[in-house]
Design a protein around this ligand. Structure first.
Ligand SMILES: Cc1ncc(COP(=O)(O)O)c(C=O)c1O
Length: 376
């Protein structure tokens, strides 16, 4: 049975447990077939209310801050593989407490924290920059000239610092296995000479394994070949792939306004507050029951509830005229949404819930004035 949207108290992000389990099962299949470690990148999704489901599949976690590392420890029951562009002296010892692996972004940072990390028995890595990316969006390209991410082959030179056990690279964005193949060729060309000294290689995120048409067999072959040829533990840390197309943002039309012949449906949600990637990337999300603009059909912009002039997207066409109280359901609104939202304008945050065929709708979190006040 699919979600009964009339039972969802809007506005609400609603995860479909069946779709989530489908993704988790597929990623587990890759992990087992390729004998690699696959970590959940918390930056994309860290709604710990559904971690009991994740736990059934036994994934590790990748963290980019003390908060994420601590959440991994407390709620997923694992020590994180942590990477941050720089670590602060005031938090490093807590980060180390919750981490099994730590990757440094520069030789300076490695030198600064090698002693304290080694004493705690943590596996040390370096983030390298293979100078390759196929990201179509500059904002998601960590290898753009001038990037602050990762040590270049020139900076690393011929010798790997003694305590380094692993190399980490992250270059891909919503990519297929053929892009990974190219990224690996660039990595091997630039850093392959260090492989005999390494215990692990972390191939970052950006692997959209759960997208329809992703060539899983090709991915498994690449990973197996890499592991067999170089004798290292292979780690992937996708974020999006775990919760890609696993749920919705359910909103309500509050009003319809018109200016210069453009009709806008004003919603109880906001692009800038609740769907920030739509504006940042930018991309136009799919709305259930709507299409891209079709001449002759009722056509609307969707307008956010904030005062930001650019807080709108358009256009979509519908079979019928929209009216207040109609539901607008945005698809694929789980990854990089709840982790990135703001309460700009004091706009209330949509609730978060999960739908399962057995227990129907379960509310995980509802927000109120105290949540707004406590942030400020
Ligand atoms: C270092 C690192 N690892 C993993 C990820 C997760 O990437 P994705 O969600 O595209 O799979 C990111 C995303 O920015 C990242 O910066």
């Amino acid at each position: 049975m699919s979600i009964q949207f009339n039972q969802i108290p809007a506005p609400c992000y609603v995860i479909d447990e069946q779709l989530l389990r489908r993704n988790l099962g597929l990623i587990k299949q890759v992990r087992d077939a390729a004998s690699v470690d696959i970590l959940v990148a918390f930056k994309a999704f860290s709604n710990w209310g559904v971690f009991p489901i994740f736990k059934e599949y036994g994934f590790g976690a990748s963290a980019s801050s003390l908060n994420e590392a601590r959440l991994a420890f407390e709620e997923l029951g694992v020590r994180a593989h942590t990477y941050s562009p720089a670590y602060e002296e005031k938090t490093i010892s807590d980060i180390l407490k919750y981490s099994s692996h730590i990757s440094f972004n520069s030789i300076n940072q490695l030198r600064k924290y090698t002693k304290v990390a080694s004493e705690k028995g943590i596996s040390l890595g370096l983030r390298v920059n293979p100078d390759f990316s196929d990201s179509p969006h500059d904002i998601y390209n960590p290898c753009k000239p001038g990037s602050r991410f990762g040590i270049t082959t020139e900076q690393l030179g011929e010798r790997l610092p003694q305590q380094v056990e692993g190399l980490h690279f992250h270059t891909l964005f919503e990519a297929d296995s053929f892009a990974l193949e190219k990224a690996l060729a660039a990595f091997i060309e630039k850093f392959g000479k260090f492989l005999p000294k390494l215990k692990w290689v972390n191939m970052g995120g950006g692997h959209l394994i759960t997208k329809k048409g992703y060539d899983i067999q090709h991915l498994v072959k690449i990973l197996n070949d890499f592991r067999n040829n170089h004798g290292v533990k292979v780690i992937l840390e996708p974020g999006s792939a775990f919760t890609y197309q696993t749920g919705y943002l359910v909103s309500t039309v509050l009003d319809i306004v018109e200016n210069n012949g453009i009709k806008t449906a004003v919603l109880d949600v906001s692009f800038t507050c609740h769907m920030p990637d739509c504006l940042e990337m930018p991309y136009k999300p799919v709305i259930l029951g709507a299409t891209d603009e079709v001449a002759g059909k009722p056509t609307y912009r969707m307008g956010g509830i904030s005062c930001l002039a650019g807080d709108y997207m358009g256009n979509w066409s519908f079979d019928k005229e929209l009216k207040p109280n109609d539901k607008i359901i945005f698809e694929d609104m789980i990854h990089y949404t709840t982790v990135k939202t703001t309460m700009f304008n004091g706009v209330n945050h949509p609730s978060i819930g999960i739908w399962s065929n057995k227990s129907r709708f379960r509310l995980i979190k509802q927000f109120n004035y105290q949540d707004y006040k406590n942030r400020l």
